[in-house]
Ligand binder design. Structure first.
Ligand SMILES: Cc1cc2nc3c(=O)[nH]c(=O)nc-3n(C[C@H](O)[C@H](O)[C@H](O)COP(=O)(O)OP(=O)(O)OC[C@H]3O[C@@H](n4cnc5c(N)ncnc54)[C@H](O)[C@@H]3O)c2cc1C
Length: 565
């Protein structure tokens, strides 16, 4: 069973503590029950009960303290963090978010050379503290170069911090807020820590309408000493970007958790509802929508798991994760939106009901593509890898499944995110060639035409500066990488042949859709348009395979899981 099933949670773990963390989290939410979960969401109750439980059980301390700074079983283990993120979001995005912004807040700390602050952070984690990442500002959005937060040098030494931050999760309660700004009178960036309970720290308000607290805070001449400074100049800049690199990966896991819970609810509802003397799941279009949703969700999970293997195996000489990570961020989260759209088309009015998890899912799934770099920002990043990916493959170490209990220390020593266009990849065609399902073959044909188009008519000078055009190219490229990661894990997880074919049935249709979009771009040339039309293909239908996927994989979800009331 690839999907999370909290009531039959028997995923293998290399150690008892990892299993305990997951089972404890599940126990908390199932003990709380759906009615209380929904009430707290509706009434926007601060999740103090969850944080108190997490403190008592040291859930954040175990998952967020790198090896050597905390208890012997604490480590930064991307494998178990993926799973923990999935479980939290399965029960509610707000619970995931308070952990997620702690991940972000801790990023510049663990990346710093300030051992004193690291020891402090580890102590605070042990005591149940949460953390915040103060990067964004109201006026600047993605343009973090333009920060207005200032550290002002003082004649007697040290600094005072002055300025505001906006959209900062946990800013009401964080034990430490990693704050990004500039040293006044210089162009030097700086990261420093502040305490949200200090008298010079004003938590002004929650800027969103949610159970999560996403603050606007101000620092009023907050005294900062050298001991509070995490990094300066290039280092500070790199740790801002590298923290987002680590953090944004988890957004895919939030989408997976949300989509999985919503799928259980939706199939349960439809399979047990009778209209015109038949079950709703007997309608052909309902079968198709559920089959597509299931195929997309299985792919989301296998791709994200595979990308995690590369994150955990990353090094200064193997930086393939820098492509796979934004692919998860951008593609898994937008696929989550597709899953919810499919499900909602089936369950219709039921999706609005106040007692359904689904109603939260339909709202929250939208957030994940937009935060920590929008879809546009991530595709703009992804296309930088395209020339080497297609035209310059080289032999690379084969990465195995990484569920070992390692501490992923490289993530805090990533260095400058430069030279992305120089990163080399193993040959995607070798991966694809290992599979012979009919729809994998069709997809390979589409990709071959895309590659031919890039050779025959690469984006011209005007097009290369036209982000709108590049985004359309980027969607096609992303799907090739996505398919490669999926297939690598299909092998590792021994995915059923039928399911592989069903997933590529979806991918063939999606590729055709993106090809048509590129065809329609104002600046696409005749030769590009000609190739786009050749990329449009029809999946190979197989009624027996489709029926088997439905009966063996999708329909059995109907009574597989429901949350305790
Ligand atoms: C609920 C929530 C929680 C958040 N939590 C935090 C937090 O804890 N800490 C924190 O620091 N921030 C946080 N944020 C801020 C979030 O990361 C920003 O919203 C995000 O970085 C994008 O900024 P923006 O939404 O202001 O969009 P803008 O930057 O205003 O972007 C506007 C448009 O321009 C496009 N664009 C911008 N730059 C580029 C580019 N280089 N290439 C192509 N297109 C581009 C974008 O895609 C978008 O369509 C949070 C936001 C929300 C809503």
């Amino acid at each position: 069973m690839i999907l999370l099933d909290p009531k039959n949670h028997n995923r293998p773990y290399p150690d008892d503590r990892s299993r305990e963390v997951m089972l404890k989290a599940i126990e908390f939410f199932e003990g709380k029950g759906k009615a209380a979960l929904k009430r707290d969401d509706r009434e926007q109750v601060w999740y103090g009960d969850f944080l108190e439980f997490a403190r008592k059980e040291k859930l954040f301390a175990t998952t967020l303290t790198p090896a050597g700074y905390g208890a012997p079983d604490s480590r930064w283990d991307t494998w178990r963090n993926c799973e923990f993120a999935e479980i939290l979001a399965f029960y509610g995005l707000a619970y995931w978010y308070t952990w997620q912004v702690s991940v972000l807040g801790l990023g510049p700390i663990w990346m710093s050379e300030n051992e004193e602050v690291k020891a402090r952070a580890a102590r605070l984690l042990e005591q149940g503290g949460i953390f915040a990442f103060g990067l964004s500002e109201r006026g600047h959005g993605a343009d973090v170069y333009s920060t207005d937060m200032e550290l002002i040098p003082q004649p007697e030494g040290g600094f005072v911090a002055r300025g505001e931050k906006y959209y900062i999760g946990n800013g009401n309660k964080a034990a430490l807020v990693s704050t990004f700004g500039k040293i006044k009178g210089t162009d030097d960036y700086v990261f420093f820590v502040v305490d949200s309970q200090n008298e010079h720290y004003e938590c002004k308000r929650n800027v969103v309408n949610s159970q999560s607290y996403v603050s606007n805070f101000a620092l009023h001449d907050y005294p900062i000493s050298e001991a509070d400074i995490l990094s300066r100049g290039r280092e500070a800049w790199n740790s801002a970007l590298n923290t987002v690199n680590v953090g944004k990966f988890n957004l895919g896991w939030a989408s997976i958790g949300i989509s999985t819970h919503a799928l259980y609810e939706a199939v349960h509802h439809a399979a047990n509802r009778r209209l015109y003397g038949q079950n709703v799941t007997d309608f052909p279009h309902v079968k198709q929508l559920f089959s597509d949703a299931y195929a997309r969700l299985v792919a989301m999970k296998l791709v994200a798991l595979r990308a995690a293997d590369y994150m955990r195996s990353a090094s200064a000489t193997d930086r393939r994760y820098l492509l796979y990570n934004p692919v998860v961020k951008m593609k898994v989260t937008t696929q989550g939106e597709d899953v919810i759209n499919h499900l909602w088309d089936v369950i219709a009015a039921k999706g609005f009901e106040r007692d359904m998890y689904f109603e939260m899912a339909a709202r929250d799934i939208r957030a994940l593509p937009k935060l920590e770099g929008t879809v546009h920002v991530n595709i703009a990043l992804i296309v930088k890898f395209m020339p080497n990916y297609f035209f310059n493959p080289e032999d690379q170490p084969e990465i195995v499944r990484r569920d070992d209990p390692a501490d992923d220390t490289f993530l805090f020593h990533q260095g400058a995110a430069r030279g992305l266009g120089d990163i080399r990849f193993h040959d995607y065609e070798t991966t694809y060639a290992g599979f012979s399902q009919p729809n994998v073959e069709v997809f390979r044909g589409q990709v071959a035409v895309f590659k031919k188009m890039l050779e025959a008519a690469p984006p011209g000078e005007g097009q290369a500066n036209d982000v709108d055009f590049l985004l359309a190219v980027g969607e096609l490229f992303t799907l090739v990488v996505y398919g490669q990661l999926l297939l690598e894990n299909a092998r590792i997880y021994d995915l059923a042949e039928d399911l592989i074919d069903q997933i590529f049935d979806v991918f063939v249709r999606d590729f055709s859709h993106y090809a048509l979009q590129l065809h329609g771009k104002a600046s696409s040339t005749d030769i590009q348009m000609e190739h786009c039309l050749q990329m449009i293909a029809k999946p190979i239908g197989d009624a027996d395979r489709y029926t088997r996927v439905w009966q063996d994989h999708v329909l059995p979800l109907r009574d597989a899981y429901s949350m305790n009331p």
